[in-house]
Design a protein. Structure first.
Length: 262
């Protein structure tokens, strides 16, 4: 579409009424002069605290700053992966960036994701908390960090992905390249990031992993759930599903030649 914005900023939200207003105000202030325009999409994942209502009240505020705000609602609590997919498929931006509602990665890190894509070097860029130049201000608990390392090792063995951190909630994608990937996405929970990166690897999409600043936010409802085996199960199914033709839609996308963009 000719009036498509340069950037879509997607925020999956589950019971985030308490902090969504300051988050959206920060987003509006940061992107108010962004070249090409920005649309903000909040996806309410069946919240019980009025998250969608809080977001809706901010529509005029963001409009005054030159941003459009769309509030989507899932049919009940479906999971973070479902929410991000919902937002991506509703987006119109040339680049789609998703961020956790707690802004654990500051908005000032946005250029680190956008520059590799707009320069034509990569089709996606993912924030990483585990590269040498990553900066962690407030850490998660030692147990949660240990569980995250175990999950990452499991991902590497099962999928062949070599990223230091697949689970940071700060990622950006070229919409034209990744639309068939998100259309084919099946994982609704926290392991959806792995599914997206696994499919990207299989079609030859170029993904940059970049170090970012990150701070754990108390009360965060997004991230790896160490108490559940479901993310491990979702990852284990990926190669099996691919081999059995479960991703026929994305498998039909021609591989991208090295050094070229689609």
């Amino acid at each position: 579409m000719n009036d498509a914005p340069a950037l879509s900023f997607v925020i999956p939200a589950y019971n985030e009424a308490a902090r969504l207003a300051p988050t959206l105000e920060s987003v509006g202030a940061y992107f108010r002069d962004f070249a090409g325009g920005v649309e903000v999409i909040v996806v309410d994942d069946g919240s019980s605290d009025g998250t969608a209502m809080v977001a809706g009240k901010l529509v005029p505020t963001l409009a005054r700053q030159g941003l459009s705000l769309q509030v989507l609602s899932n049919p009940g609590n479906q999971g973070k992966g479902y929410s991000v997919r919902h937002g991506f498929l509703a987006s119109r931006g040339q680049v789609v960036l998703f961020s956790d509602a707690d802004l654990s990665t500051p908005l000032t890190e946005t250029p680190k994701l956008l520059e590799p894509i707009t320069a034509g070097q990569y089709d996606a860029a993912i924030g990483s908390r585990d590269l040498p130049d990553s900066q962690i201000g407030v850490h998660q608990s030692a147990l949660r960090e240990f569980a995250g390392r175990c999950f990452n090792r499991f991902v590497r063995v099962l999928t062949g992905l070599k990223y230091a951190d697949t689970q940071c909630g700060f990622k950006a994608f070229r919409r034209d390249v990744f639309l068939p990937v998100f259309q084919a996405q099946q994982v609704r929970g926290f392991a959806f990031d792995v599914e997206i990166l696994y499919l990207a690897q299989n079609i030859g999409a170029r993904v940059a992993e970049v170090p970012v600043v990150w701070n754990h936010a108390e009360g965060s409802k997004v991230g790896f759930n160490w108490r559940s085996v479901r993310p491990f199960w979702d990852v284990a199914l990926l190669p099996w599903r691919w081999q059995r033709g479960g991703y026929a839609q994305v498998a039909a996308v021609p591989a991208l030649p090295p050094g070229l963009t689609k």
